[in-house]
Unconditional design. Structure first.
Length: 77
């Protein structure tokens, strides 16, 4: 990516979408690094683009849910 493209790309806070500026920096509200607009969900879009990645995410979510269910004590209602 060229330096001119970096200048033209607005940067946003991943947590506060209303925080925008013309270049890299820190969010004044939370201190997080600002990211180029459009990259906030880039990993999710990448993962959703492949059936293998979707299957891996589904298996991971099921494993996490099963682990949580084993840790949380059962209550007899």
């Amino acid at each position: 990516m060229s330096a001119q493209a970096d200048i033209d790309t607005p940067y946003i806070c991943p947590m506060h979408g209303s925080v925008r500026q013309g270049g890299p920096g820190k969010c004044p509200r939370c201190g997080m690094d600002l990211v180029p607009e459009g990259t906030r969900f880039a990993l999710l879009r990448h993962m959703a683009g492949s059936p293998k990645h979707l299957m891996a995410m589904a298996v991971l979510m099921l494993l996490v849910m099963a682990a949580v269910m084993m840790v949380i004590p059962r209550r007899g209602y």
